[in-house]
Every structure is written in structure tokens, then in C-alpha cells.
Design a protein around this ligand. Structure first.
Ligand code: C5P
Length: 220
């Protein structure tokens, strides 16, 4: 039998990262944060001074960027061109630009290739979170989750993570990013065929993790 892959997709701020790490930890699986890869690519292109409004420039510069992801759910790592970028990829500058970079088809080809390789290097199974994991990266994943939450709940969570940032401004920024991610031509955010919807709006993190672990157990 092929190794277990749990695909977790959903909009920004739905709690995917904490949830995915928790599920991987509980089940003894590896963990891959594909959003961190798109963020790290964005960081590297900004470092190079690439005009992110120019898809052709983004596509040609992307080939030279070297990304490495560590897949331990308790200590995930992300490096770009040998630099640890775990912190700089969370800045407003990167967050505001990442959806532009992620809409470029060649960038997606490069990163999907890296993601499939990372999955292949996790024979014990892996939880993979993103926007297109169940639809494009691993369409035959045995478990697919579409994690959602009300916009206000997502904004409140993100604002709290950002040290008490303004919730209304955060909700507006999430809405812009979701709009770009859901309407782009290349691999838009969609509920994948066969995905189970989990709504975390009224659940604690532990309850969401329990729910998904239950779905994985039932599937295997
Ligand atoms: O999950 P996170 O918010 O870190 O993702 C950052 C951005 O990366 C998303 O807004 C989206 O534009 C892009 N992304 C993507 N496909 C994925 C994961 C993330 O396009 N599988």
C-alpha cells in the first residue's frame, strides 16, 4: 500500500497550519507547509529586486531560487538560497505579495515538483497543507480535508497571531488574498473532489485536530 497522504486545503487563516501540524504530530506523520514555500519564493524574488507585477520576470527569476523544506511537524523549517527564512516570510511585505507570485504557472510547476518530491521522501506518510493539494498536487490522496471558518473568525485568529493587529484591516487583507487565490487561472483554491469539509468556526484547535484524526482513522 502507498504511504498515507493527508491533504489539507482551505482559505487563509482557517487554522490550517496549527491544525495540520497537530494532526501530523498525533499520527506520527511528516508535515509540509506549501504556503511557506510560496512565501519563501516571494521573499527570494523580492531580495533579487524582481518586479512581482511582471509574470514573465517572476517566471524566469524563479528557476534560480533554491528552496528547502524540513518536514518535522514539531519543528518545520524553510530555507531559501541557504537562508533560514521562517521569520521574514511572515512579514506584511511578503504576505501582501505572495498571491501574485503564486498565480504564475511556472512558479507553481516548480513548487509542485518540489512538493511531490518531499512527499516521496516521506515513506511513513505526510500531512500536506495548502490551496491545491487535494486538487492538483496529490489528487489521489486517500484523505482530503477542506478546512473553512467564518471570515470574522479567521481574521480574529490572524490578528491575534500578529500581536493584536486590527481585526477589520486583517479581515480585509485576507479577503483580498482569498479573492486572488480563488479566481486565478492556475490551480485556484477549490474544494477538491472527494474532500471532506471541516468548519472550525465554533471548534477549538484540539477539536478540529480530533475531527480530522477521526476522519483519517475511518479512512485507513
Ligand atoms: O498558507 P499561506 O497563507 O501561508 O499561503 C500563502 C499564499 O501562498 C496563499 O495566499 C496562496 O497565494 C499561496 N499558496 C498557493 N498554493 C498552495 C499554498 C499557498 O497558491 N498550495
Amino acid at each position: 500500500t502507498s504511504p498515507l497522504v493527508v491533504a489539507i486545503d482551505g482559505p487563509s487563516g482557517s487554522g490550517k497550519s496549527s491544525t495540520s501540524r497537530g494532526v501530523a504530530d498525533r499520527l506520527g506523520l511528516a508535515y509540509l507547509d506549501t504556503g511557506a514555500m510560496y512565501r519563501a519564493m516571494t521573499w527570494a524574488l523580492l531580495q533579487r529586486g524582481v518586479d512581482l507585477d511582471d509574470p514573465a520576470a517572476v517566471a524566469s527569476a524563479a528557476d534560480a531560487v533554491r528552496l528547502e523544506s524540513g518536514t518535522d511537524p514539531l519543528a518545520p523549517t524553510i530555507h531559501a538560497d541557504g537562508t533560514d527564512v521562517a521569520e521574514p516570510i511572515r512579514t506584511d511585505e511578503v504576505t501582501g505579495a505572495v498571491s501574485l507570485v503564486a498565480a504564475v504557472p511556472h512558479v507553481r510547476e516548480l513548487l509542485v515538483d518540489l512538493q511531490r518530491r518531499a512527499i516521496g521522501e516521506a515513506p511513513g506518510g505526510i500531512v500536506v497543507e495548502g490551496r491545491d493539494i487535494g486538487s492538483v498536487v496529490v489528487p489521489d490522496a486517500p484523505v482530503k480535508i477542506y478546512l473553512v471558518a467564518d471570515p470574522a473568525a479567521r481574521a480574529a485568529r490572524r490578528a491575534a497571531e500578529n500581536g493584536g493587529a486590527d481585526a477589520a484591516a486583517t479581515e480585509a487583507a485576507l479577503a483580498v488574498r482569498d479573492q486572488i487565490d480563488s479566481t486565478r487561472a492556475a490551480s485556484p483554491l477549490v474544494q477538491a473532489h472527494g474532500a471532506v469539509v471541516v468548519d472550525g468556526t465554533h471548534l477549538t484547535l484540539d477539536e478540529v485536530i480530533d475531527t480530522i484524526v477521526g476522519i483519517v482513522d475511518a479512512a485507513s
